[in-house]
Design a protein. Structure first.
Ligand code: UDP
Length: 411
């Protein structure tokens, strides 16, 4: 089946929203935009760009998506940067900064930047701007990570790079740092019609669980996330074990490997050590995963966890809420934007809190059903791709009239 076109979203969001996008796009005209990130598959940024890019193009915007090249030494450094920007204590040798800048220069040389707007996603390619001091176009840094507690040494290095941009985009006020450049705020979004989120029939869902040997004889509690320390999969196992003492259930941990994330094997080994030989704990590692199967795991689970310790947004939360699943999320980063505690999900601050939330949802199926339904409404209002198209169109228009301070594009 071919990818959905804009017209197909009318049935999901209503024709007026599509009309609004078309009108906005007519004002944007033939302005061009280039998106740059560090991986074509794996993780939320690639997930979003795969859909945003063709839909913006359908709206008449000239859009290009480029992925920077790197090898293991570079991605080891950028993953360490990612972790440190989210708060991991670490001292970087001067060599790490030099390597980071060298790879950015190499990538910059291999690319063209003649579009009206350049959007650089996350820290990996951020330093390419150094060679564009006298530019005529506009460059915006889109930060998808949780910058609430950045490592000081690294932020001293990164902040002046970020401040070379014309503006920066952050998801939440909780982690937008003080910067000398204007800031835009807007949320990420999911695509309700892509393979990850489209409706599936029950038989297919069942078939996926059978394929991977996960019995559905009792409630299934699932976390779907890269095996990354900030997603706290070890904490998930601990919380599950606490809940499992009181309610019969299974835990399913699903993760894939992103090309720019070398850490998964180590973290999965830690998860397995914590799980021991518990017969109700199942772990799967994909490279890469299949979107319809992830969709099936989300739909076929009784509770979805996203017990992150730091989190830029967590598309997984919106994906689960869109499927009306009750979600238990860590009270960090972009998760509280999606989960209004007790109304569109439950927030957990600790392992114990997550264990208790699992118990409480499994013991109160009507409450679990209701918050799942409320969650779906919240996603429909705020976190669907049509809203994000609008935000990008507004960004293209807003850049014509540069202004200081914070500009909210979440409306
Ligand atoms: N994902 C996936 N397979 C996996 C694990 C995650 O397809 O095994 C997807 C998940 O459904 C979501 C994205 O990867 O669409 C992760 O985005 P999120 O914002 O939750 O986290 P990130 O990995 O960007 O930190």
């Amino acid at each position: 089946m071919s990818a959905p076109s804009l017209f197909d979203y009318r049935d999901v969001v209503g024709p007026d929203i599509i009309e609004e996008l078309t009108i906005l796009a007519s004002h944007v005209g033939d302005r061009s935009i280039k998106m740059v990130n560090s991986t074509a598959v794996g993780g939320g940024v690639a997930e979003m760009l795969h859909r945003i890019v063709p839909l913006l193009s359908e709206l008449g915007v000239q859009v290009e998506w480029a992925v920077i090249e790197g090898d293991e030494p570079f991605f080891e450094i950028t993953k360490a940067f990612h972790n440190a920007l989210q708060g991991k204590e670490q001292v970087f040798p001067e060599k790490a900064f030099k390597t980071y800048l060298r790879y950015n220069d190499m990538n910059e040389e291999a690319m063209k930047f003649d579009q009206d707007l350049i959007v650089i996603h996350d820290p990996q390619p951020a330093a390419m701007i150094r060679r564009h001091e006298n530019r005529r176009n506009r460059w915006v840094w889109r930060c998808h990570i949780d910058l609430s507690h950045p490592n000081e040494q690294l932020w001293r290095f990164m902040a002046p790079i970020v401040e070379r941009y014309d503006a920066a985009i952050f998801t939440s006020a909780l982690f937008s740092p003080r910067l000398k450049i204007p800031q835009y705020r807007f949320y990420p979004a999911i695509d309700p019609l892509d393979d990850k989120n489209k409706d599936l029939d029950k038989a297919y869902v069942e078939q996926v669980f059978v394929k991977y040997g996960i019995p559905r004889d009792k409630p299934i509690v699932t976390q779907i996330s890269r095996y990354d320390p900030w997603k706290d999969p070890v904490g998930v196992v601990k919380a599950f074990k606490m809940a499992r003492k009181y309610v019969d259930c299974r835990l399913l941990l699903v993760g894939d490997k992103a090309a720019d994330d070398p850490e998964s094997d180590t973290i999965l080994a830690q998860v397995k050590a914590e799980a021991g030989d518990h017969p109700d704990i199942h772990t799967l590692l994909f490279s890469p995963s299949i979107a319809t199967e992830i969709n099936a795991f989300q739909r076929g689970s009784d509770i979805i966890l996203q017990k992150s310790l730091r989190e830029g947004f967590a598309l997984t939360v919106s994906e689960a809420l869109w499927k009306s699943r009750p979600v238990v999320g860590g009270a960090v980063g972009g998760i509280p934007v999606q989960i209004i505690d007790g109304y569109t999900g439950l927030l957990a601050h600790t392992v114990e809190g997550a264990g208790l939330a699992i118990r409480s949802l499994l013991n109160q199926p009507e409450f679990a059903r209701q918050i799942g339904e409320n969650g779906r409404c919240r996603v429909k209002d705020e976190f669907l791709i049509t809203k994000n198209l609008k935000r990008y169109l507004l960004l293209l228009l807003a850049l014509d009239k540069p202004q200081g301070g914070t500009i909210f594009l979440n409306g």
